[in-house]
Design a protein around this ligand. Structure first.
Ligand SMILES: Cc1cc2nc3c(=O)[nH]c(=O)nc-3n(C[C@H](O)[C@H](O)[C@H](O)COP(=O)(O)OP(=O)(O)OC[C@H]3O[C@@H](n4cnc5c(N)ncnc54)[C@H](O)[C@@H]3O)c2cc1C
Length: 242
């Protein structure tokens, strides 16, 4: 089964139906599951795109691919809090079982001619497409500054922390900041919103482009903040999950 083709970054894409076998399933923090899936054939996707999960023939839900483009393998970062049909499918599926997916979809990709300082700002599972985009840029040898600011409510939900810390040691042009917004974080002086960190960063890291994904209020506040700091609106890219 195929859907309408569409064009992005000058490439034509045709969403295709795949069987995706669960190769690994890892529970993380208070709500996340991280899946590594192997597809029955190769998928051509761009970093930042998403797939549609078929819970059944009438029920589909969108999930961003969190891995960099890699042939037949994809990774998904699933927030199980919505607790609807897709969350339950992911909670109940086991290693070795398969799910049906259709994709790729979406236009939340890094433009091919991007240059200068790039900011990536995410909260919650909004980190998924940004992780894919950052890995893809670093794999391709992007040399200008890349800044990731990640916010969650609880410290234990800082998913992929080791990976991003390792990337910081490996790539001098990559910087990673964490914001924890639960009040308990006040005790450890860690209580912050991504916007607070962004305000601290802006004086020495004015972004040329920004990529935002996560809580709608965060994206609204970040857009206002970036526009106030004269970042061109056409250089601000965002994906809404609602
Ligand atoms: C382009 C795109 C990419 C996405 N990528 C991801 C991803 O990588 N990882 C991920 O975890 N989610 C992602 N989402 C969000 C995911 O598709 C929804 O959360 C989905 O509705 C969950 O399906 P469900 O069947 O479990 O719950 P649903 O039956 O759809 O919803 C159950 C209840 O939860 C509420 N709800 C739905 N979505 C959310 C939400 N995001 N946060 C809080 N409450 C919600 C609904 O209002 C409803 O009351 C993406 C959404 C879009 C549009």
């Amino acid at each position: 089964m195929t859907n309408l083709k569409f064009k992005i970054n000058n490439k034509t894409q045709i969403p295709t139906r795949f069987k995706a076998r669960v190769n690994s399933k890892i529970s993380f923090g208070t709500k996340f599951l991280v899946f590594k899936l192997e597809l029955d054939h190769k998928i051509e996707y761009m970093a930042g795109q998403y797939v549609s999960i078929l819970v059944d023939e009438k029920t589909r839900r969108a999930y961003s691919i969190s891995s960099a483009p890699d042939g037949k393998r994809i990774e998904l970062l699933v927030d199980t809090n919505p607790n609807g049909p897709a969350s339950n499918l992911f909670k109940n599926i086991n290693i070795g079982q398969s799910i049906d997916i259709i994709g790729p979809y979406g236009r939340f990709v890094v433009p091919e001619d991007v240059k200068g300082t790039l900011w990536f700002v995410a909260t919650g599972s909004g980190l998924a497409p940004l992780k894919s985009q950052i890995l893809d840029l670093l794999n391709k040898g992007y040399k200008d500054r890349i800044v990731l600011v990640y916010g969650t409510k609880f410290e234990e939900d800082v998913v992929f922390k080791d990976l991003f810390e390792n990337l910081m040691s490996k790539y001098p042009n990559f910087q990673y900041y964490i914001a924890i917004s639960h009040f308990d974080a006040l005790l450890t002086q860690n209580y912050k919103y991504v916007t607070y960190i962004s305000k601290r960063l802006i004086s020495n890291s004015l972004p040329n482009y920004a990529f935002l994904c996560g809580h709608p209020k965060m994206m609204e506040d970040m857009k206002k903040f970036l526009i106030f700091h004269k970042v061109n609106l056409t250089n601000i890219f965002s994906e809404s999950y609602v």
